[in-house]
Design a protein. Structure first.
Length: 85
């Protein structure tokens, strides 16, 4: 029952939202780029000059690969960002 209610809430919200190119270009793209950077801070600063890195973790996940993730606070956007690759 709870799953049914949650599904309905998600569907309702998704129908009310629309694509915003400004958000895609100026917020989501730098957040994605930050996940691939060795230092995410410069990418985050393009979104919010006061961005604060809370946590940045890089671990080995295979013989030649690394996995990385970060948590950042974007005060001017009133948001917490989580990025990973």
């Amino acid at each position: 029952m709870i799953l049914l209610v949650l599904s309905q809430i998600i569907v309702t919200y998704a129908q009310q939202s629309s694509y915003d190119e400004n958000v895609a270009r100026n917020i989501m793209m730098p957040l994605s780029a930050a996940a691939y950077a060795s230092d995410p801070q410069p990418c985050l600063r393009t979104i919010d000059a006061a961005a604060t890195m809370v946590l940045n973790i890089t671990v080995d996940c295979g013989a030649t690969n690394t996995c990385s993730g970060y948590i950042a606070f974007l005060p001017f956007r009133n948001a917490i960002a989580i990025g990973f690759r």
